[in-house]
Design a protein. Structure first.
Length: 139
Protein backbone atom coordinates (compact mmCIF):
# COMPACT_ATOMS: atom_id res chain seq x y z
CA UNK A 1 0.00 0.00 0.00
CA UNK A 2 2.81 2.39 0.89
CA UNK A 3 4.63 1.49 -2.32
CA UNK A 4 1.48 2.18 -4.33
CA UNK A 5 0.99 5.51 -2.59
CA UNK A 6 4.63 6.43 -3.18
CA UNK A 7 4.29 5.50 -6.86
CA UNK A 8 1.13 7.61 -7.19
CA UNK A 9 2.82 10.59 -5.54
CA UNK A 10 5.91 10.21 -7.74
CA UNK A 11 3.71 10.06 -10.82
CA UNK A 12 1.86 13.15 -9.68
CA UNK A 13 5.14 15.02 -9.15
CA UNK A 14 6.34 14.11 -12.63
CA UNK A 15 3.03 15.18 -14.12
CA UNK A 16 3.26 18.47 -12.26
CA UNK A 17 6.78 19.13 -13.47
CA UNK A 18 5.92 18.26 -17.05
CA UNK A 19 2.83 20.48 -17.01
CA UNK A 20 4.93 23.39 -15.74
CA UNK A 21 7.43 22.88 -18.55
CA UNK A 22 10.36 22.07 -16.27
CA UNK A 23 12.34 18.91 -15.83
CA UNK A 24 13.26 17.31 -12.50
CA UNK A 25 16.97 17.50 -13.41
CA UNK A 26 17.33 21.05 -14.69
CA UNK A 27 14.94 23.05 -12.54
CA UNK A 28 15.36 26.81 -12.87
CA UNK A 29 16.66 28.74 -9.86
CA UNK A 30 14.86 31.87 -11.00
CA UNK A 31 11.43 30.51 -10.06
CA UNK A 32 9.70 31.98 -7.07
CA UNK A 33 9.99 29.28 -4.38
CA UNK A 34 6.50 29.61 -2.84
CA UNK A 35 4.88 29.48 -6.29
CA UNK A 36 6.93 26.41 -7.26
CA UNK A 37 5.82 24.53 -4.15
CA UNK A 38 2.12 25.06 -4.76
CA UNK A 39 0.20 22.25 -6.45
CA UNK A 40 -2.44 23.21 -9.00
CA UNK A 41 -5.97 22.31 -7.79
CA UNK A 42 -6.68 20.00 -10.75
CA UNK A 43 -3.52 17.99 -10.02
CA UNK A 44 -4.38 17.78 -6.32
CA UNK A 45 -7.78 16.42 -7.27
CA UNK A 46 -6.20 13.89 -9.65
CA UNK A 47 -3.84 12.71 -6.91
CA UNK A 48 -6.79 12.22 -4.55
CA UNK A 49 -8.65 10.27 -7.26
CA UNK A 50 -5.63 8.04 -7.89
CA UNK A 51 -5.12 7.40 -4.17
CA UNK A 52 -8.79 6.47 -3.89
CA UNK A 53 -8.49 4.12 -6.87
CA UNK A 54 -5.39 2.46 -5.39
CA UNK A 55 -7.28 1.82 -2.13
CA UNK A 56 -10.26 0.45 -4.08
CA UNK A 57 -8.03 -1.92 -6.06
CA UNK A 58 -6.31 -3.11 -2.88
CA UNK A 59 -9.69 -3.94 -1.29
CA UNK A 60 -10.72 -5.83 -4.45
CA UNK A 61 -7.44 -7.74 -4.48
CA UNK A 62 -7.91 -8.81 -0.87
CA UNK A 63 -11.47 -9.96 -1.60
CA UNK A 64 -10.30 -11.91 -4.65
CA UNK A 65 -7.52 -13.51 -2.65
CA UNK A 66 -9.98 -14.64 0.04
CA UNK A 67 -12.32 -16.02 -2.64
CA UNK A 68 -9.44 -17.92 -4.28
CA UNK A 69 -8.43 -19.42 -0.94
CA UNK A 70 -12.02 -20.64 -0.45
CA UNK A 71 -12.11 -22.23 -3.89
CA UNK A 72 -8.79 -23.95 -3.27
CA UNK A 73 -10.04 -25.34 0.07
CA UNK A 74 -13.13 -26.69 -1.71
CA UNK A 75 -11.01 -28.32 -4.42
CA UNK A 76 -8.72 -29.90 -1.84
CA UNK A 77 -11.76 -31.40 -0.09
CA UNK A 78 -12.95 -32.80 -3.44
CA UNK A 79 -9.53 -34.29 -4.00
CA UNK A 80 -9.60 -36.06 -0.64
CA UNK A 81 -13.13 -37.34 -1.33
CA UNK A 82 -11.93 -38.75 -4.66
CA UNK A 83 -9.26 -40.81 -2.89
CA UNK A 84 -11.91 -42.17 -0.55
CA UNK A 85 -14.23 -42.97 -3.48
CA UNK A 86 -11.54 -44.97 -5.24
CA UNK A 87 -11.00 -47.12 -2.18
CA UNK A 88 -14.77 -47.66 -1.81
CA UNK A 89 -15.07 -48.65 -5.48
CA UNK A 90 -12.33 -51.23 -5.05
CA UNK A 91 -14.12 -52.65 -2.00
CA UNK A 92 -17.47 -52.76 -3.85
CA UNK A 93 -15.82 -54.65 -6.68
CA UNK A 94 -14.29 -57.13 -4.20
CA UNK A 95 -17.73 -57.75 -2.68
CA UNK A 96 -19.10 -58.85 -6.06
CA UNK A 97 -20.91 -55.75 -7.33
CA UNK A 98 -20.04 -56.64 -10.93
CA UNK A 99 -21.24 -60.26 -10.72
CA UNK A 100 -24.61 -61.40 -12.02
CA UNK A 101 -27.00 -60.20 -14.68
CA UNK A 102 -25.90 -57.17 -16.74
CA UNK A 103 -22.48 -57.13 -15.11
CA UNK A 104 -21.00 -55.08 -17.99
CA UNK A 105 -23.12 -52.03 -17.05
CA UNK A 106 -21.83 -52.20 -13.49
CA UNK A 107 -18.26 -52.56 -14.72
CA UNK A 108 -18.80 -49.48 -16.90
CA UNK A 109 -20.21 -47.60 -13.88
CA UNK A 110 -17.17 -48.47 -11.76
CA UNK A 111 -14.81 -47.53 -14.60
CA UNK A 112 -16.53 -44.14 -15.03
CA UNK A 113 -16.52 -43.40 -11.30
CA UNK A 114 -12.81 -44.28 -11.12
CA UNK A 115 -12.07 -41.92 -14.02
CA UNK A 116 -13.99 -39.15 -12.22
CA UNK A 117 -12.07 -39.82 -9.02
CA UNK A 118 -8.76 -39.65 -10.91
CA UNK A 119 -9.76 -36.32 -12.48
CA UNK A 120 -10.57 -34.88 -9.05
CA UNK A 121 -7.10 -35.81 -7.82
CA UNK A 122 -5.37 -33.55 -10.35
CA UNK A 123 -2.79 -31.16 -8.84
CA UNK A 124 -4.19 -27.88 -7.57
CA UNK A 125 -2.90 -24.41 -8.45
CA UNK A 126 -0.77 -22.66 -5.85
CA UNK A 127 -2.74 -20.97 -3.07
CA UNK A 128 -0.73 -17.75 -3.21
CA UNK A 129 0.11 -16.88 -6.81
CA UNK A 130 3.23 -14.78 -7.26
CA UNK A 131 2.55 -11.05 -7.46
CA UNK A 132 2.47 -9.42 -10.88
CA UNK A 133 5.70 -7.92 -12.09
CA UNK A 134 5.92 -4.12 -12.02
CA UNK A 135 4.57 -2.64 -15.21
CA UNK A 136 2.52 -5.75 -16.08
CA UNK A 137 -1.07 -5.08 -16.97
CA UNK A 138 -4.04 -7.22 -16.02
CA UNK A 139 -7.14 -7.76 -18.13
Amino acid sequence: MKASLLAACSLAALLLLSSLGTSPVGASFQEDEPAARQTPPDLTQRIAELESRVEELERARKADSARLDGVLRFLEAQRKAARSMESALDRVNELGFTKGINYSSRELLLETLRAQAKALEAPLPKANPSPAKPGARGR
